[in-house]
Design a protein around this ligand. Sequence first.
Ligand code: NIG
Ligand code: FE
Length: 394
Amino acid sequence: MSDRSFLIDNIGSLVTNDPELGEGALGLVEDAALVVEDGLVAWAGPRARMPEGAARERWDAGGRAVTPGFVDSHAHLVFAGDRSREFEARMSGRPYTAGGIRTTVAATRAATDEQLRDNVRRLVTEALRSGTTTVESKSGYGLTVEDEERSLRVAAEHTDEVTYLGAHVVPPEYMGKPDAYVELVCGAMLDACAPHSRWIDVFCERGAFDGDQTRAILTAGKERGLVPRVHAGQLGPGPGVAVAVELGAASADHVTHLRDTDVEALASSDTVATLLPGAEFSTRSPYPDARRLLDAGATVALATDCNPGSSYTTNVPFCIALAVRDMNMTPAEALWAATLGGARALRRTDVGHLAVGARADLVLLDAPSHLHLAYRPGVPLVNQVWKNGTPVLR
Ligand code: NIG
Ligand code: FE
């Protein structure tokens, strides 16, 4: 028995996301227990079948619910500045446009490394407190070789899931010269950024990058070993999903505006459809049609899109509540999408579920079941979070 082993006992309802361990897609086990050894799940199941002398230390869950830690597969955490005025204007009727990104670019360029680092640390801590144990982060507010490179370095201090998003928008100094900027993104900027990144992303949208530019940038990234993901169909229908599927992207994100051919393409590919309802909430826009995607057989993830412009939240339970209330996802579908769905979008097999051998990334809720995540919106239900088997709160 390892020194670092412990038992969480008396779990009222345990979500494992393993249908072999429990009921339905969530692999739900009632009156459960879970044993952690050396940061990994060593055993999970009904208390009645718990192995003898399973662990040294015992936590009593007191009949409350335990779920896998949330996997937030889409966030933009490296930035400086504040755009609350832009939010205020939107709430008075002004539409959201891609151009607001340039406000954050100016503030980010003016920030010191330490300021950027502090901001990422603050947001990662905030996310952890609401149950997020894996978070992806993009660059995209530097848009010079140096500022993109340092954004990725700072992100990499906090997560392995680092995404190069030099193609967020054409920066002001390249106004009217988009092709020259695309060349930079595929050339010197990629050279500087590839060593710090696992993923490459493009904002494929009117006002940002078109289908051909997106294809060129993602192809250049692939040649350097980066795996594509795409911001697609956020503000209107476009070529983003088709290019994402064509290039074998891990995910197509937002996907709020979809043609039937996009839905079919997602359903018959490994590209995960990542829904970001915080963005529709904060831009007062129609939500994506989750049912259309789920009913077609697409794999759906839910993430926060945390960024200072369109979705300034790190809170996955809030996104789950939106998905259930406003996107017709069942509570089970929404929780799965925010855990194992996020893991699929990041091509991770070690997180998002609690089968034996998975990382012991866990959330203990002050609630008898996961249903309360949507049933009690806005209530801080997260009582404890374990990351790699270590409790991180209090
Ligand atoms: O995912 N869509 C592009 N990027 C962000 C918004 C960025 C911003 O407004 O600063 C998004 O919503
Ligand atoms: Fe985004």
